[in-house]
Design a protein around this ligand. Structure first.
Ligand code: CAA
Length: 379
């Protein structure tokens, strides 16, 4: 397979790299420390076309393919994993879903603002009792004339407190099981919709993660995405694409960990020479670089399959399973290479380690990815 970048893709990489290293890098440690959302940077990412990369220009997006999106996301994630997940959720879980399944009216009312970065989106599937077991939805949406009345709680929602628009999954007919679940567009400010608890997290601390509460929240029927009963299929299909984004976040953290380790091993001297000359360090770097290369090919493969409109769910799950694992491994090794300094908060690598762990958890744990992969093998 040929993964040579086009001229446009090379330009996207350069633009994203420059933005990440000049804009995001300057206060990334401080934002993490203060758990501060990067409002200004996200606004600028919208202006650069990074918030709706796969959406047609007609609907406010950049009209690019998944590969281009992955290329930009990787550069952002190497510097700031929080900005990376904010971008990934808006692109893969919100804009992609609306573009693929929204009505023309929904695209006009919501997608244009979301894809251009003027507004931010969130995706509300998870609940206190529906994490890996996503079909176990307790949130209900009862039809009442031209409205649905939503009641329930969503949790661990990325972008939740800053989102203008939330795609909400809820049970419309419990008796129908997985075929009785639907998807809705809920706007900030709709009566009965409130942001609840803000989580205090181990990593990706400048992204916001909250619970959302729905109490008799009336949502117009025209805000239902697709037919009634197709909500779980919509959510799981959307998550297939989301997993390419999180795999890329894992890859980016692994690469940043390697980059920092190489730099440090040239600078740091022990036993009268740079530690880069010690075979113990060289072998660690070689292992990290090899796993990063393998993760990149799995991600590019999944992205290309998606762009060719082939079934790509298992390929995305493989990419996420592997990239998230090596993100944690590379971050750990980088801390080890940095020795005591790696444990200190003024160095970036302790943040890489904290940020890496979530890639094995959200948008489907590693255990869920193994289920998705093995089901594809055995069907
Ligand atoms: N695309 C479309 N439809 C799909 C699908 C897919 N990838 N996977 C399953 N479906 C369909 C099935 O065909 C089935 O349809 P029918 O009822 O018509 O037969 C329906 O969806 C239910 O699927 P299953 O019967 O396979 O359901 P299951 O209970 O066995 O669960 C699962 C499947 C793979 C475990 C799924 O529940 C899953 O992926 N869980 C993890 C959920 C997850 O990733 N959550 C992340 C939360 S979002 C997040 O983290 C975002 C963030 O903020 C960063």
């Amino acid at each position: 397979m040929n993964f040579q970048f086009s001229e446009t893709q090379q330009m996207i990489r350069e633009t994203a790299r420059q933005f990440a290293r000049e804009e995001l890098a300057k206060s990334v440690i401080e934002r993490d420390e203060k758990e501060e959302f990067p409002y200004e940077s996200i606004r600028k990412m919208g202006e650069l076309g990074f918030m709706g990369m796969m959406v047609p220009e007609l609907y406010g997006g950049a009209g690019l393919d998944t590969m281009s999106y992955v290329i930009a996301l990787e550069e952002i994630g190497m510097v700031d994993a929080s900005a990376c997940v904010i971008m990934s959720v808006n692109n893969s879980l919100v804009c992609w879903g609306l573009d693929a399944h929204g009505t023309e009216d929904q695209k006009q009312r919501y997608l244009i603002d979301l894809a251009s970065g003027r507004k931010l989106g969130a995706f509300a599937l998870s609940e206190p009792e529906a994490g890996s077991d996503a079909t176990n939805q307790r949130t209900t949406a009862r039809r009442d004339g031209d409205f649905y009345v939503i009641n329930g709680t969503k949790n661990f929602i990325t972008n939740g407190s800053n989102a203008d628009v939330v795609l909400v999954i809820a049970a419309t007919d419990k008796a129908k099981g997985t075929k009785g679940i639907s998807a809705f567009i809920v706007e900030k400010g709709m009566p009965g919709f409130a942001v609840a608890k803000k989580e205090k997290k181990m990593g990706i601390r400048s992204s916001d993660t909250v619970s959302l509460a729905f109490e008799d929240c009336r949502v117009p029927v025209v805000n239902r995405i697709g037919e009634e009963g197709l909500g779980i299929k919509f959510a799981l299909k959307t998550l297939d694409g989301g997993r390419i984004g999180i795999a890329t976040q894992g890859l980016a953290i692994a690469e940043a960990s390697l980059e920092a380790a190489i730099k440090y091993s040239h600078e740091r001297k022990a036993f009268d020479r740079p530690i880069a000359e010690l075979q113990a360090m060289q072998f660690k770097l070689a292992e990290m670089a090899t796993s990063i290369e393998a993760a990149r090919y799995l991600i590019f493969n999944a992205a290309c399959m998606k762009d060719r409109k082939e079934p790509f769910g298992a390929a995305a799950a493989m990419a996420k399973l592997f990239a998230s694992k090596i993100a944690v491994q590379c971050a750990l090794e980088s801390v080890q290479i940095h020795g005591g300094y790696g444990y200190m908060r003024e160095y970036h690598v302790e943040r890489f380690l904290r940020d890496s762990k979530i890639t094995e958890i959200y948008e489907g744990t590693s255990e869920i990815q193994r289920i998705v992969i093995s089901r594809a093998l055995l069907q």
